[in-house]
Design a protein around this ligand. Sequence first.
Ligand SMILES: Cc1cc2nc3c(=O)[nH]c(=O)nc-3n(C[C@H](O)[C@H](O)[C@H](O)COP(=O)(O)OP(=O)(O)OC[C@H]3O[C@@H](n4cnc5c(N)ncnc54)[C@H](O)[C@@H]3O)c2cc1C
Length: 474
Amino acid sequence: MSYKGYSVPASKLKTSYDVIVIGAGIGGLICANFLAKNGYSVLIVEQHYKPGGLCSSFRREGFTFDAGAHLFGGIGNPRSLTGTILSRLDLNLDVIPQNPLDLVHIGNETITIPADSGKYVSVLQDMFPKEAGGIARFFEDLSVINKTKAANPDHDLVKSYEMTTYYRMLGDYFTDENLKAVLSAQWGYLGLPAKKVSALTMCLMLGSYFLDGAFVIRGGSQRLPDQLAEHLLGLGGQILLAHEATHILTDDDRATGVKLKGRQTVKGRCVVSNVDAKQTFLKLLPRTCLKEDFVMNLLGYKESCSMFVTFLGLKGANKLVEGINGWHFESYSDILAQEDFFLLLASTGDSPKGQCALRILVPIFDSGHNWQEEKKAFENGIVSRLEKRCPGLGDKIVYRESASPATYYRYTRNSRGAAYGWALTPEAQGRFRLDNRTPIRNLFLTGHWTKPGTGVASAIHSGFLTAVQIMGKD
Ligand SMILES: Cc1cc2nc3c(=O)[nH]c(=O)nc-3n(C[C@H](O)[C@H](O)[C@H](O)COP(=O)(O)OP(=O)(O)OC[C@H]3O[C@@H](n4cnc5c(N)ncnc54)[C@H](O)[C@@H]3O)c2cc1C
């Protein structure tokens, strides 16, 4: 698909806008839509040739692959916060509720996680009868945390787990390490294992999938940013694709516009940054705008992991792929002890007849790789790992390609190819995350580097929140 029709020619830009949004990730697109809907003149500047950032898809030889996000909490549920926000925009997304929610393969065992938390409680109580009471209590509390966290951050339960890791929280309910492992097996959705990830963030992620529903988008994740972009254009907003913002212009500690690569400048009464927070403050802004303690605080945050993703086109393997979707671990103890997962995801997009697309995701925590040199060997290692888990699948491969952290950096400018913004430790979540308002007047943040959190649903909430703050200010 060509995105030329989405982009305003640089020569036709207005000299001034009410709001300029840097980045057409989901946070930027949602924010721009709500501002445009409320009469603001809005321009999004995006360095890539298409919108979506980490929520995009691409096509190769007839296969459609999601590059990043594929599972969306609450997106097809009009009663959820995510669904409510989206319902105010006239989108026409074809979503598929995920039931079962997930498969977890541990050694030769497969645990099916039902979408209904009540049924999951029964599955777990059958597997771990001695922990039946704790399991019921844990899921009750999960629900309480999800229902009260936003409305009442001072609720006892929320407060008591604010500075705790998820693994320590599990210790208040269970003694069986295998049960703790099963309840931690989906840690990859947040990019940090149970012994490091914030308890509240993990509870909110699990809760959103169980309480609000988890959905994939038929045809691929790109449908969401494409529809948001089209909706914005319909409201009179503009998008400038394939143009990088190199500076945020300031005057007397106030953001006044954006300078594009190639020197063109565009004025804006407000600027919203949907891009990497270190890029925003340390590269796009003049350093003199920021107080030293703000910079020191910023440098204290750590990026989340990135991912190495191998995309495979497979011929005659549809049956083989059916049962292997999901999280793969060698043992229960690996889930808690290793900073590693092996996630297989079948594509929901098109494939040539009789063929199917599969991607394999592994997390990358260290930044000391030369991906240009290492990429092929790393990909070979992943395919061997797949062949070990699913003998015979290697012979069915008709197309293969991989994305490394360097690829994710190149396409999104998230530093180190971070998949989830800041690492979701207790110290970097909730009220400790960077605020949507910045110390620079008229400069706002939106997306997964700011409040409320990470992932596409949070980017949707963040975009809405930032738009409301800008409208409230005026
Ligand atoms: C492999 C992978 C799998 C994932 N799976 C899931 C999942 O299943 N579910 C889920 O909810 N989340 C998932 N995530 C996380 C999720 O995709 C992100 O948290 C979310 O999409 C972030 O959205 P955002 O709006 O904050 O910004 P981004 O998607 O990072 O978008 C930022 C945009 O800004 C642009 N940009 C950057 N710098 C500039 C500049 N100087 N000038 C102009 N434009 C610029 C970029 O090109 C990009 O388009 C996954 C991530 C990865 C990598």
